[in-house]
Design a protein around this ligand. Structure first.
Ligand SMILES: [Zn+2]
Length: 548
């Protein structure tokens, strides 16, 4: 997602219910760890959205994935709702009713294959979601409903295995108040019975997507169909009628072109359509697969930029189609979206977009409170705190420096291979590293270790002197960053020597070790020394002339 719109205490991230119930059923559970858990292949959700109030009534069919005779239990996250009944489902028939085993936090469905071969499990439930599905009046005073799941808030309204790596297909059938339009993931299967006063909407996403992107949004929308991509992907802008003309003409003016740039650079758009949706999400933008939700304030205040659109669109490839299997590898989502925002911008508007944007990213990372921590920060368990300058700005710099190291051709070949090989699946940083090593034919272990597992960045202190007799410059380079950040390896750093006559001589210096002295042939005395003048590296350098 884009940067946080409002932070807000996220005390509800961890469920607080269930303590009492757990105490009542404190029977010795025989080696629960050995229970084999079923995987969910898809969720088919039928939901009734009421005209008034916010009671949710829903049925979810969970289709089990793989060979389910291997599994003993289907364990679903569902917080604070009332489970009315559960039925086993065969291929065509409704199976037996299954006793409800639910502590207000986890729903356990035992899979007794001796009595029935399960294909699906049907769960009927209702209640007022405390989070995840949000009823709210919009800025124009009209009632709306939006799902807002990141990171693990789908469980407040949908029974799912609510982990980023447990991707599944999802379908929605939504019975919404008359006059509303409903958007969700995937393709529309049925249009409302127009003229009959029935607000019945059906969407289906056939690709497995992370639960944190399984959403519906319902409101009085104006829907604009933009030019489809050359590959045939429908591009839609769903905005409140008051904001629709603005949305079409300003932030989403180039919505189609943005997708086309990503298709050219990375690979085919992963889903059936792309809808850009004005919403009540707490995030500036939330990259829900094929139905991106954006905060409404920038629309209403007419200050919405294209950057958030590029960022969220890039997430469709990175984050949604290729999903971080573990939250601690969030840079695979946020660092990629942050970098491709600028890469798309540079493709459409010129290289200065990338250069200016990377400079701004570096400054905001330097100023952040996470420079003492590594990108892969397994000690951080507050998921909201992972939305930080390491996963966004420094993550984008990892990609930028990798591109500089291996060159454009190997970099984009690797990016395309990574997307092609991991699409509709998940990845960890090591998976990306392996693909990039293959594409570049280089050992990149040191690079990924240094930038993902070490905190901080290089702070170079440089002093220099020139020997006019020998026509040589001597550089002394010290890595002056805190010892706890470690030492960085910086191959072939560009160093420019501007002369007094306006000429500039460039040399390359490989920085290794905490301190090094190097001498370079230089035809004339330099007026100055500039380390990394093209700003290709995430570093700070301080240069000082040493007389004599
Ligand atoms: Zn993002």
């Amino acid at each position: 997602m884009a940067c946080m719109r409002r932070t807000g205490g996220k005390g509800r991230l961890r469920a607080a219910t269930g303590g009492m119930v757990a105490a009542l059923v404190a029977l010795p559970v025989p080696v629960a760890a050995q229970q084999r858990e079923a995987r969910a292949g898809s969720y088919d959700v039928s939901i009734i959205l009421p005209d008034t109030g916010n009671v949710l009534t829903a049925t979810v069919d969970v289709r089990l994935a793989g060979d389910q005779e291997e599994a003993d239990v289907l364990r679903l996250d569902l917080v604070g709702l009332t489970v009315d009944s559960i039925y086993a489902q065969g291929i065509d028939s409704r199976g037996p009713r299954i006793p409800v085993d639910y502590d207000g936090r986890i729903l356990r469905v035992p899979l007794d294959h001796d009595t029935h071969l399960f294909r699906r499990v049907r769960i009927h439930y209702h209640g007022v979601p405390r989070d995840g599905l949000v009823w709210r009046n919009n800025a124009h005073g009209h009632r709306t409903v939006f799902a807002d799941n990141w990171p693990e808030r789908a469980r407040y309204w949908l029974p799912t295995v609510d982990e980023p790596g447990k991707k599944a297909a999802v379908g929605f059938i939504v019975d919404a108040p008359t006059g509303w339009k409903v958007v969700a993931n995937g393709a529309p299967l049925d249009h409302p019975d127009a003229g009959r006063g029935i607000g019945f909407w059906q969407w289906s996403e056939d690709h497995p997507i992370p639960t944190y992107t399984m959403v519906l949004g319902a409101a009085d929308f104006s829907v604009s169909r933009h030019r489809p991509t050359r590959s045939g992907i429908p591009i839609e802008v769903w905005a409140y009628p008051e904001d629709s003309a603005y949305a079409d003409s300003v932030p989403f003016r180039r919505a189609t072109e943005i997708v086309e740039v990503m298709e050219r650079l990375v690979g085919p758009f992963p889903y059936e359509k792309l809808a850009h949706v004005e919403s009540s999400t707490r995030f500036g933008g939330m990259e829900n697969a094929s139905a991106i939700f954006y905060a409404e304030e920038p629309y209403v205040e007419r200050r919405m930029g294209e950057g958030v659109v590029r960022h969220e669109t890039a997430h469709q490839w990175f984050g949604d189609a290729v999903t971080e299997r573990d939250w601690h590898h969030l840079w695979l989502s946020e660092g990629f979206a942050s970098y491709f925002d600028l890469v798309i911008g540079a493709t459409l508007d010129g290289d200065s977009v990338l250069r200016t944007g990377m400079g701004a990213s570096a400054e905001s990372y330097f100023r952040s409170n996470v420079v003492d921590r590594a990108i892969i920060d397994t000690a951080e368990h507050d998921l909201m705190k992972l939305l930080n300058a390491n996963n966004y700005q420094k993550g984008s710099w990892v990609l930028h420096m990798l591109r500089g190291l291996v060159g454009d051709s190997a970099f984009f070949r690797g990016i395309r291979d990574y997307y092609g090989g991991r699409r509709d699946s998940t990845a960890l940083s090591a998976d990306f590293e392996r693909v990039m090593e293959k594409a570049s034919k280089q050992d990149l272990d040191w690079f990924f270790r240094q930038w993902l597992s070490q905190p901080g960045y290089p702070q170079l202190e440089c002093s220099w002197s020139y020997d006019s007799g020998a026509k040589r410059v001597t550089l002394k380079l010290t890595q002056a960053q805190p010892a706890s950040w470690g030492v960085f390896r910086l191959p072939r750093v560009a160093v420019d020597f501007p002369g007094f006559d306006g000429s500039v001589t460039r040399r390359r210096v490989s920085v290794v070790g905490r301190e090094m002295i190097t001498t370079l042939d230089l035809p004339g005395a330099p007026a100055d020394v500039r380390i990394d003048p093209d700003e290709a590296l995430l570093l700070r350098a301080n240069v000082r002339h040493r007389s004599g």
